[in-house]
Write a protein that binds this ligand. Structure first.
Ligand SMILES: [Zn+2]
Length: 76
């Protein structure tokens, strides 16, 4: 499956541009996230140009040394 991400907030999205659940986000590897194609996600259907947010996956939280960060929205 080709990975896509919302070009506005960075959330991984499916082929219909619906945001993936946290569980689904956690299954994506860092490589998949880095190589993801950007598209206009339904999460930001009304957005024009906004700050970027990303949902913190389990891997990202453990990389940051704080598992409680999982599921939070990070601005970047
Ligand atoms: Zn979005």
């Amino acid at each position: 499956m080709k990975t896509k991400r919302c070009g506005y907030c960075g959330t991984p999205i499916d082929n219909e541009c619906n945001p993936l659940s946290l569980d689904e986000c956690n299954k994506l590897t860092e490589k998949q996230l880095n190589e993801a194609e950007q598209d206009h996600g339904n999460c930001c259907v009304n957005e024009q140009q906004e700050d970027n947010y990303i949902t913190v996956t389990k891997d990202m939280a453990s990389d940051a040394g704080d598992p409680s960060l999982e599921g939070m929205q990070w601005k970047w």
